[in-house]
Design a protein around this ligand. Sequence first.
Ligand code: SF4
Length: 473
Amino acid sequence: MLKDSDRIFGDDLHEECGVFGVFGVDDAANLSYYGLHALQHRGQEACGIVAADDRGELHVVKGEGLVTEVFNQSNLSTLGGSMAIGHVRYSTTGGGGMLNVQPFVFHHFTGDFALAHNGNLVNSRELTHYLEMRGSLFHSTSDSEILAHLIKKENNESHRIFAIIDALNMLEGAFAFLIMTRNRIYACRDKYGLRPLAIGRLGNGYVVSSETCAMDIVGAEYIRDIEPGEIVTIDSHGIRSRDYSQYKRHCMCAMEYIYFSRPDSDIEGCNVHAFRKQTGRLLYKEAPVEADVVIGVPDSSLSAAIGFSEASGIPYEMGLIKNKYIGRTFIQPSQQMREKGVRMKLSAVRSLVKDKSVVLIDDSIVRGTTSLRIVRLLKEAGAREVHVRIASPAIKHPCFYGVDMSTHDELLCAYRSKEQAREAIEADSLEFLSEEALLEAGRRSELCMACFNGRYMTDLYRNAEQTDRDKNC
Ligand code: SF4
């Protein structure tokens, strides 16, 4: 997934995926379609749904493209039954195309099963080697397939829940997994709680989703978040919980709140819009500035911009307008066209910024190329000054948990002082939010902030080099 401002200019920040599951509700696949549509922001490259029919046979439809491109009345009608899991995916380079599109379906003499994964395993190379030495043949280059091999390779004789628990305990990294068999769904989160996963009720059945916004869309009622280190079994007996790990942290990825999740989602009891608005208020408290107008980078920075405006009393204006109707197939302006001033995706409202001192609020800075372009855009529209305020700390380290922040070299702030970063983006001033303020905004004692401070939750097993397998979610 691309960061909004990066999407605007075609820069390259990738994110994870989204999962959605339905148990015990008629037309489960149709509901999954709507659920996945609500999670589309988490991955636009590919998507899929696996449904179990009344005899427990698994049927799959998946493909590359948006939810509305992959599914239609005709192929959804092949997915009958009251149980389904779905996935939206964003992959990185060389990801193997269709082979890596989830959910995966596995055939085994003990019973077929399907699997969908959001996150990234940091010990995938070690586990792949371990499994291949024991005869496993991988069909994809996605680390998501590892769990299936572990479940079946290690514990053929075990009861399935114990096989899954043993397998989960071999994984290191970030994950939210949905596993569907012929008669139940297992939903589990990593023991650090890095990726979100929540469960809701719909009639006599249940839904499980990466974000609560998808529950609202299908009319489900939120019950609770699945806990770190927990595996929830959903079947005709209802829902049952087990801890597969005694070690538990509540280190939700801070970027879920800052940028990735939809503002109408609640994550672990905190609404994403409310969180962002509070970061805007705290940003003003930590880095005040005198200015005429507050402008947010659409869309993910607007909540923080509103909060900054409320705290400062400086009026909030829609000074940047995003063209929402540019599809993926739109022909991007060439360098020559760009030099002629062709900017299809974002424009500044000249009458709002001309001769004004502007506070520009953005949720984060990754490479800085986008920030530079927006600062220039505002100045070309007549802004007298542009003061950049970032509603998160400076990103200085890569992410190994499913967000492709590439290498240190590509991060604006990895090796630059704040003053050097300010110069690079041609802003009149530049300030970031503190880590303490992030925790305060979410009323939390813990968050993963490893891309800000380098304190990773897990061993990394190797340094910054990552294989394609690692980067697939
Ligand atoms: S390193 Fe950053 S992007 Fe990655 S999981 Fe932690 S907070 Fe999220």
